[in-house]
Design a protein around this ligand. Structure first.
Ligand code: M6R
Length: 366
């Protein structure tokens, strides 16, 4: 049932071109400008008139929520807050009828996320679920929702669920921006085309596998790692670090690249690998400066870059090239090499990739 792969995680990483396409199928048709999310239909009014969007989730799903914050704010100009469900539920949060709450969960069973939903619901908010497991507890508790349709995810490390979550959230943001008039039609159509092209670009990104194995071999024995990115790629840095720590047990931290000089830079020496997500986007030049700062302190730089990049290539120790896309969708492509990297490092270290120690696939206790 692993379909010829050694582990479920690797199978699920490789399924992403298909799982993202499955997620978009029947919902998005760029040519005709069609974008329909069945679950939104009855709640479009609430969504459109919401004064604020609150996103609540845990772990990798929370990282998808962070990407969504950038998407919703950029395209729909609605204020967004992204909350760890475990903090939200216990903090007596300010939440009410004008809030549209999006709960993200692969399993649909995460105890803290469920409790956060119950709380927001009791205060009158509209609750929308973005879940993978059909018929699980969260979709049964929410007012409405959209399934991610990524198929069963068995590996404890979430991979294809993450990219499917971002795909649903991206569709929601484009729809909302278009309906609210903050996203002009021509730009909207262009973005629909970009999103539709993502499965093919993820397929391309998977071809970095051999290069990544080589990098994994070189860094498999490190004790610490830093992951840095800006803008849409900041949550990708967090996700890259989480993937590495949970399956290979290497201590890793993700940061917005600019925060480096507020502390983490002290960690950098010739032993420290720093993984940059440095794709061509509006913060590219700033990221290049951050890479130079790391090199000046003799850190090792491994960077995910856009195909054809020359600037980062000239200074980094290793680069991994992924296809160009609109920066809003870069996380869908840029996360793939980081998933592969964690996978290979964990395998080389003899770790139980699909069932890392101390972790469960769904966290049904708080
Ligand atoms: O099923 P959920 O998406 O609600 O799970 C949330 C987290 O427990 C989950 O993403 C966890 O962080 C994963 N092990 C990450 O790979």
């Amino acid at each position: 049932e692993k379909g010829g792969y050694d582990h479920f995680m690797l199978k699920e990483i490789y399924e992403q071109p298909k799982s993202i396409a499955d997620c978009l199928r029947g919902r998005l048709d760029a040519k005709s400008g069609r974008l329909v999310l069945g679950g939104l239909r009855d709640y479009m009014n609430k969504f459109q008139n919401a004064e604020r969007i609150i996103i609540t989730a845990c772990g990798t799903s929370w990282h998808a929520g962070l990407v969504a914050e950038y998407l919703f704010e950029e395209f729909a100009r609605v204020p967004v807050e992204v909350e760890y469900a475990s903090e939200f539920r216990y903090r007596n949060p300010v939440v009410g009828e004008k809030d549209f709450v999006i709960a993200i969960s692969q399993s649909g069973e995460t105890a803290d996320t469920l409790a956060a939903i119950e709380l927001a619901k009791s205060k009158g908010a509209t609750i929308f679920g973005v879940c993978n497991v059909v018929g699980s507890s969260i979709p049964r508790t929410t007012h409405a929702g959209s399934y991610t349709h990524a198929g069963p995810e068995i590996g404890v490390a979430s991979t294809k669920a993450f990219t499917a979550q971002i795909s649903v959230l991206a569709m929601m943001a484009l729809k909302l921006g278009y309906q609210r008039g903050t996203l002009p039609e021509s730009k909207y159509i262009q973005l629909l085309h970009e999103l539709e092209a993502i499965p093919g670009k993820v397929e391309q990104a998977l071809k970095t596998n051999d290069a990544i194995k080589y990098i994994a071999e070189e860094y498999k024995n490190v004790r610490n790692a830093l992951y840095l990115g800006r803008g849409y790629n900041f949550p990708v840095a967090l996700e890259g670090a989480l993937k590495l720590k949970e399956i290979s047990y290497i201590h890793a931290e993700g940061y917005p690249a600019a925060e480096m000089k507020h502390g983490p830079i002290a960690l950098i020496d010739e032993e420290m690998p720093v993984f940059f997500i440095a794709t061509k986007d509006s913060s590219y030049e700033k990221v290049v400066s951050n890479i130079q700062e790391v090199k000046a302190r003799k850190g090792k730089v491994i960077a995910v870059v856009t195909e054809g990049d020359t600037q980062v290539k000239a200074i980094a120790d290793h680069v991994i090239e992924v296809p160009a896309t609109h920066e809003a969708f870069a996380p869908l492509v840029a996360v793939v090499p980081l998933q592969l990297l964690s996978y290979h490092i964990a395998v080389m270290r003899g770790c139980n990739v699909d069932q890392p120690r101390n972790l469960a696939k769904s966290v049904t206790v708080e």
